[in-house]
Write a protein that binds this ligand. Structure first.
Ligand code: NAD
Length: 498
């Protein structure tokens, strides 16, 4: 059995806690490796290495830090196939989708090449007599990130690239489901010129996360994962005096207006609802057609497309639309929710239950399901299913449709499909969701904008990547300097005013 390691201070370090987690190839349902689960002592080793290396890295001028990012972009392109293969093997997503995972992370590395510009401070010449005032953005020190299984390249890169570009050391605690790609990213950063100790990977579970929360040297925590854990880390990290941003789960609604181009809608929903087996925080999991006629046309057009989706292992190449889900437990949870939908009165328009693939009977494959006549009191509506299941909630009016999206506890992404500019504009303005698509089903902002949900999908003030990341990973210091000419003044006991 392959034993994976941590990556601490530029070395592959074996786990010493005696605890390990199984890493599966979800397509065959077999354990392919074991990953160590760190103790607080192992986390401390990484923190000590990070604290020792970070001051010198912060003192490297921003252009040189940017050059590491430039080189990293080249290396990610060079190793794209290798990364995608390792990612698909442990995650299950198709190879083109795995490459997309790497590319959306790489784009944030590209953005970080702009560090010299993004880290510029402000200067006021002559703020008072002989007085100049300037601000600088300084690194926090040792920072940490905790990431989910569903984007093992993209989300670690969204955190570590800006953290490092700002002059911090970064400790990644990736998902224990797929730890290989994060280690490869740390190795590539060092090949790109990063000193040892600046990018480290400590594998683990709750113990490792608690060690991050409790470690006094760690200044900030970035988290992406499910909402209960986001709330736990946000509360614990803030109570420990750290800066925290924590991104949680989602239930993304697509509103389909009667005037929408139904061919476009169906293509959009097929990709956004079932791509990556629905294991995306920006997946569309609820479609809300407005009007009975729109709903009937949607179900009629969508059902045959859902029935003909091709499900299989990533090794089948381009012939597959989506792969298995991540674990047997995830498969059971999804199947359980499908049963609950039937029991609670929804109509199963396409039944994905009982899907099995010859030769891959033990793989964690789940067939694609489509529910019609879903109501907002059902578990399949309230909960994040995180599987290949799309729920159709019929609404009589636009107001009822937007009301559903507004009332849901999650607010990550949403989309409206319409040809009417007024409706689209009204929707984008009023909806209480962080990322909005107009005829765009997965409105993940590009690297130079910021990514983040509202409501129970995000905790903290700043979004991921874009300019917010450079705010999250720095703190501002403002200097007031005075070089008085002529006679010396006496003491002044009032607050200085100009
Ligand atoms: P998860 O919450 O189970 O795990 C995320 C991370 O938290 C992992 O590193 C895991 O080891 C750690 N963790 C798990 N249990 C913990 C505990 N009790 N205490 C401390 N740490 C713990 O999430 P997941 O299953 O890996 O990922 C899927 C979830 O992530 C979905 O809810 C999805 O919507 C969400 N997600 C959100 C975004 C976003 O940007 N909002 C992006 C991707 C995924």
């Amino acid at each position: 059995m392959k034993e994976l390691t941590h990556y601490i201070n530029g070395e592959h370090v074996k786990g010493t806690s005696g605890r390990f987690a199984d890493v599966y190839n979800p397509a065959i349902g077999e354990v392919i490796a074991q990953t160590p689960l760190a103790s607080a002592a192992e986390m401390d080793m990484a923190v000590q290495a990070a604290a020792a290396a970070q001051p010198a890295w912060a003192a490297v001028n921003p252009q040189r830090r940017a050059r590491v990012m430039m080189k990293m972009v080249d290396l990610l392109h060079r190793d794209m196939d290798k990364l995608a293969e390792a990612l698909s093997q442990e995650h299950g997503k198709t190879l083109p989708d795995a490459k997309g995972d790497v590319i959306r992370g790489l784009e944030v590395v590209e953005y970080c090449i702009g560090a010299p510009q993004l880290l510029k401070g402000e200067y006021t010449d002559g703020a008072g007599p002989g007085i100049d005032m300037y601000s600088m953005k300084q690194a926090l020190g040792v920072t940490a990130g905790v990431t989910p299984f569903n984007f093992p390249a993209m989300i670690p890169l969204w955190m570590c690239a800006p953290a490092i570009a700002c002059g911090n050391a970064f400790i990644l605690k990736p998902s224990e489901r797929n730890p290989s790609v994060p280690i490869m990213l740390a190795e590539l950063f060092e090949e790109a010129g990063l000193p040892k100790g600046i990018m480290q990977v400590v594998n683990g579970d709750k113990d490792a996360v608690d060690a991050i929360i409790e470690h006094p040297t760690i200044q900030s925590i970035g988290f992406v994962g499910s909402t209960p854990i986001a709330e736990y880390i946000y509360a614990g990290g803030c109570a420990a005096g750290k800066r925290v941003q924590a991104f949680g789960g989602a239930k993304n609604h697509a509103i389909i207006m009667p005037d929408a181009d139904m061919d476009n809608v169906v293509n959009a929903l097929i990709g956004a609802g079932y791509g990556a087996a629905g294991e995306r925080c920006m997946a569309i999991s609820v479609a809300v057609p407005v009007g009975e006629d729109t709903a009937d046309r949607l179900i009629a057009a969508l059902s045959p497309r859902v029935e003909s989706l091709k499900i299989g292992p990533y090794t089948s190449g381009d012939d597959v639309d989506f792969g298995p889900v991540i674990t047997g437990a995830a498969k059971d949870k999804i199947n359980g929710l499908v049963e609950s939908g039937i029991a609670q009165g929804a109509t199963l328009a396409v039944d994905g239950r009982g899907f099995s693939l010859q030769g891959y009977e033990d793989g964690f494959f789940v067939g694609a399901s489509l529910f019609d006549h879903v109501t907002t009191d059902m578990d399949i509506y309230k909960q994040e299913i995180f599987g290949p299941v799309l729920s159709v909630v019929r609404a009589k009016t636009y107001e009822e449709a937007i009301g559903h999206a507004m009332d849901h506890e999650y607010g990550n992404g949403t989309a409206i499909f319409t040809r009417d500019g007024d409706t689209a504009r009204d929707f984008a303005s009023r909806i209480n969701v962080g990322m909005v698509g107009v005829n765009v089903p997965i409105p993940v902002p590009l690297a130079y904008h910021t990514f983040g949900g509202w409501k129970k999908s995000a905790f903290g003030d700043l979004n991921q990547h874009g300019p917010d990341a450079f705010k999250f990973y720095t703190r501002t210091k403002t200097v007031t300097s005075r070089w008085p000419k002529g006679t010396k003044e006496g003491a002044n006991f009032s607050i200085p005013t100009m």
